[in-house]
Design a protein around this ligand. Structure first.
Ligand code: SF4
Length: 209
């Protein structure tokens, strides 16, 4: 059984594949925060702005097996158009994503991406891996396509990540409603440390989900 908070067709807004048409499938649940405000202060990850509780969002629901979920994802993609791409996000998608689901999507010609906090082992057949480390969590996924670090995080120093095996290193300004705008600080850090590239949440600027 797969639990999905929401699912929709949009453009990828962040990182190296920014601008790419994608089906976003947001799984329910995360291993670093319950998603409830009362638990935020003691959570390992405490700046999350995503609602990943339940299955009540647009396109959300419970799906009995990988075939039924992959068929729904395929129905969200424009009919007969190629370049199929699905991004599993959350919450923490590694809690639910399986090799069988990815196989099923590959049979439908999808390329499969994950955006993970990197604390759980991943299925071996994922096509594009984005790791976004959080707080004091233990990082298990030490290689992938892009590492996207929300900046700044007190416990996580950007320079400690270069020993890891990623093709792209992105810094993304922390987006907290009640805190300062970290964009300028992130720009300055990238200018002084040019191995990092700036990632902006472009979907928020252009008003799409
Ligand atoms: S790991 Fe991701 S989904 Fe989980 S609480 Fe942090 S930002 Fe939210």
């Amino acid at each position: 059984m797969f639990q999905v908070k929401e699912m929709y067709y949009t453009l990828q807004g962040e990182g190296a594949r920014s601008g790419r048409p994608s089906v976003f499938c947001r799984f329910t649940g995360c291993n670093l925060w319950s998603g409830r405000e009362v638990d935020r202060e003691k959570a390992v990850c405490n700046f999350c702005d995503t609602d990943f509780i339940g299955t009540d969002g647009p396109g959300g629901g419970k799906f009995i097996d990988e075939v039924s979920l992959s068929e729904i994802i395929n129905n969200v993609w424009p009919k007969k158009e190629p370049n199929k791409y699905v991004v599993f996000t959350g919450g923490e998608p590694a809690l639910q994503l399986t090799e069988a689901l990815i196989d099923s999507l590959h049979k439908l010609d999808f390329e499969v991406a994950i955006e993970t906090n990197g604390t759980l082992d991943l299925p071996s057949n994922i096509d594009w891996i984005t790791v976004s480390p959080k707080g004091n969590s233990e990082l298990k996924v030490k290689k992938g396509d892009e590492l996207k670090l929300v900046f700044p995080q007190q416990e996580l120093k950007p320079e400690t990540f270069f020993k890891l095996d990623f093709d792209h290193f992105f810094l993304q300004p922390k987006d907290c409603k009640d805190e300062e705008d970290y964009t300028q600080k992130t720009i300055q850090y990238c200018l002084e440390n040019p191995r990092w590239r700036l990632s902006l949440q472009t979907h928020k600027y252009i008003g799409i989900d």
